[in-house]
Design a protein around this ligand. Structure first.
Ligand SMILES: [Zn+2]
Ligand SMILES: [Zn+2]
Length: 263
């Protein structure tokens, strides 16, 4: 099986399980109908997939023109130090999770990048499809950061595939509108980012949405003092999205135009 088939199978499998779980154990009452958001979030996913593929082809083209041989395996930290492969994979997954955490933190701190990231935050309901609602330019930017990190680390293909599967799976999980039994949730949040933790990051209150930046591991927010345990209005009543917005995040054109909008 090719890399794309493996990742797509995990994506569809996890998506299906979480959609069923959201139906059986919903946490918050929805503002919009599922259909209204899902069409837009689904179309954004298709646009993102096409954009990433076009950029990928361009990068390969530029690399060939520049005669850069990146496949000789002499690049990066993990090609200099020899770790057992299981340890190398574990360390790469943890380090890349920190890189994504830092990128997310900066997306909220640097106004230019925030313009693109705010599209993700305009969803007024949170569910598994919010995990794919990112502006195509942000996805491309994120792709360059990942590629640079992979070369600096000298990460093996298998480590990158495992990291991508975990990151996508965790993003779908922590955006899910899911009620997890309190005791289980308390144990899970010690290690990973739960839906309750990430929901706080989508609060309309700025002091709440500038917290809980993690995607997979919850330790980074604790280490860098951005960890918030509960929202002040409680999970059932807290408002999601951005303060200034109207109810148009269900519209594709409006969503894609957000970075260029004057506020
Ligand atoms: Zn964010
Ligand atoms: Zn989010």
């Amino acid at each position: 099986m090719s890399d794309i088939t493996i990742r797509l199978s995990f994506f569809l499998g996890i998506l299906f399980i979480l959609i069923i779980a959201e139906i059986l154990l919903p946490k918050k009452t929805r503002i919009h109908k599922r259909k209204d958001r899902w069409i837009t979030n689904g179309l954004i996913t298709i646009i993102n997939t096409i954009s990433v593929n076009i950029v990928n082809i361009l990068i390969t083209f530029v690399a060939v023109l520049a005669a850069i041989d990146v496949s000789n395996g002499n690049w990066g930290l993990f090609n200099i130090i020899n770790f057992p492969s299981w340890l190398e994979i574990l360390l790469i997954v943890i380090i890349l999770d920190l890189v994504i955490w830092a990128q997310h933190y900066l997306s909220h701190r640097i106004p230019f990048i925030w313009r693109f990231h705010r599209m993700h935050h305009t969803d007024r309901d949170l569910d598994v499809t919010t995990a794919v609602r990112f502006h195509p330019f942000e996805i491309i930017f994120s792709m360059f950061i990942k590629i640079a990190s992979i070369y600096l680390l000298g990460a093996s293909a298998i480590a990158v595939i495992i990291f991508e599967i975990i990151l996508n799976g965790m993003a779908m999980f922590n955006h899910a509108n899911l009620r997890i039994p309190h005791q289980l949730e308390t144990i899970l949040r010690k290690f990973i980012v739960t839906p309750d933790l990430h929901r706080i990051h989508h609060s309309v209150y700025k002091d709440e949405h500038n917290k809980n930046y993690g995607f997979s591991l919850s330790i980074w927010d604790k280490i860098f003092r951005c960890y918030l345990e509960q929202p002040r209005d409680g999970h059932k009543d807290m408002k999601l999205g951005l303060k200034w917005q109207d109810n148009k995040p269900t519209k594709l054109g409006w969503s894609l135009w957000i970075p260029f909008k004057k506020l």
